[in-house]
Design a protein around this ligand. Structure first.
Ligand SMILES: Cc1cc2nc3c(=O)[nH]c(=O)nc-3n(C[C@H](O)[C@H](O)[C@H](O)COP(=O)(O)OP(=O)(O)OC[C@H]3O[C@@H](n4cnc5c(N)ncnc54)[C@H](O)[C@@H]3O)c2cc1C
Length: 377
């Protein structure tokens, strides 16, 4: 086996050799959270260069706490909008209920919204001496005694003490090490877009139609992030953005008329009985991708990284740290997935029943979604 030569800008260290697969929010947060642990960290990313991926990102209180623990909350806040209010309406815009964002989270954490690229760039800017190898990913991951031999798509190979799969819902690490398990389609198709900001109000505003939703969130002085989705059982699998936008009584017309579509695809969920196998661990969407209704993707990815960093620094062995990681993270992630399914079930009710329910107990349901996340991870 030819081991990859150490990159000149990546100083040799004596500690464990760690491979992070994926330089999204989870992978980059892991790199940052592992600071202070004397490890040699390699990062590989399938994309050939950093570029703007995604549209906007909503950062509820626990995501902002995650950014704070990673030392990035101020950088992100400078380019973000502080969201003050939530407004939930029917497809015509008739308000079902509203609540102040401050009633959802403890006083010390704002709720922010920004471009997804803002968060990604903040993480990328701050990698210390870790180098990303762009344009490659794993082909094989083979356990050999206490270590792992990994071959890469660029023909190189390496030997590691720990492999961290942070490579998203369609994780190659999961497929190579765990098999073809965990990924489930939810039957929802989504579009993520950006368009010129339409209102000065710092409001997270959603309209709920029959099996469809239309969300707008201001993410900068000039831009709104829009998210539209539809249940394919209701609209058919070939539904177009224009058809889905038409369900909202003209309000989403500007979206159909020319907003920039940044990301489209099916909404998927990953659910696994275990997140590590030997010295291979999955984090972020690779381990527990969750539909975006509670906007917990980035928050859970950062929390994963922070807990993992803490445990690897303080636990005597890697396997013991991975066991403790799963014990600590599992209840919180399971709760987020369960609360998300519950919100999605409510959303999928017949509109008349759903609207009545939300008018009556919507505020209480919304608060309940997040109360379990007030304490740190
Ligand atoms: C294209 C895209 C756009 C998104 N847009 C938004 C958005 O606008 N708003 C929002 O709230 N959420 C968005 N999300 C979801 C959100 O980013 C994630 O839920 C959250 O940040 C957790 O991310 P992650 O790092 O675990 O996974 P991801 O964000 O999926 O990152 C995984 C990374 O691993 C890389 N990768 C994948 N396979 C391999 C491989 N075989 N080898 C090496 N690298 C690999 C990917 O290129 C990517 O950089 C988007 C996700 C994707 C994939």
């Amino acid at each position: 086996m030819t081991t990859r030569e150490q990159d000149a800008s990546s100083p040799a260290r004596s500690g464990p050799r760690v491979l992070v697969v994926g330089a999204g929010i989870a992978g980059l947060a892991v790199v940052r959270a592992l600071r202070g642990w004397d490890a040699q960290i390699d990062v590989v990313e399938r994309e050939t260069a950093p570029h703007e991926v995604g549209a906007g990102i909503f950062l509820p209180g626990n995501a902002v706490r995650g950014l704070r623990a990673l030392g990035l909350d101020k950088t992100v806040a400078e380019q973000a909008v502080r969201i003050e209010r939530h407004r939930i309406a029917d497809h015509r815009g008739r308000v079902l209920f509203e609540l102040d964002t401050s009633s959802l989270w403890p006083d010390d954490v704002p709720t922010l919204a920004t471009r997804r690229a803002t968060v990604h760039a903040a993480l990328l800017d701050d990698l210390g001496d870790t180098v990303i190898r762009w344009g490659t990913g794993p082909v094989t991951v083979v356990r050999d005694g206490p270590g792992l031999d990994v071959t890469f798509t660029d023909g190189t190979s390496g030997r590691y003490d720990l492999v961290i799969g942070a490579d998203g819902a369609h994780s190659a690490v999961r497929r190579l090490v765990f098999g073809d398990v965990g990924l489930r389609a939810t039957g929802v198709q989504a579009w993520r877009l950006v368009m010129p900001r339409r209102s000065a109000e710092p409001v997270w505003a959603v309209r709920l139609g029959r099996g469809a939703s239309f969300l707008t969130i201001p993410v900068s002085e000039d831009l709104d992030y829009c998210y539209l989705d539809v249940n394919v059982d209701v609209a058919g699998s070939g539904a177009t953005l224009a058809e889905v936008a038409a369900r909202f009584d003209g309000a989403a017309q500007a979206v159909a008329d020319g907003a920039a579509v940044r990301h489209t695809g099916p909404i998927e969920e990953v659910s696994l009985g275990y997140w590590s196998r030997g010295r291979v661990l999955l984090v972020g969407d690779a381990a527990h991708a969750t539909p975006p209704s509670l906007a917990q993707g980035a928050a859970m990815a950062m929390e994963d990284a922070l807990v993992l960093g803490e445990l690897l620094r303080t636990t005597p062995s890697v396997p013991a740290a991975l066991r403790e990681y799963e014990r600590r993270r599992r209840p919180r992630v399971d709760r987020v997935q369960q609360q998300t399914r519950q919100r999605d079930r409510t959303r999928g009710l017949h509109p008349a029943a759903r609207n009545l329910l939300l008018r009556t107990v919507g505020r209480r349901l919304f608060r309940a979604n997040y109360t379990g996340l007030h304490a740190g991870p």
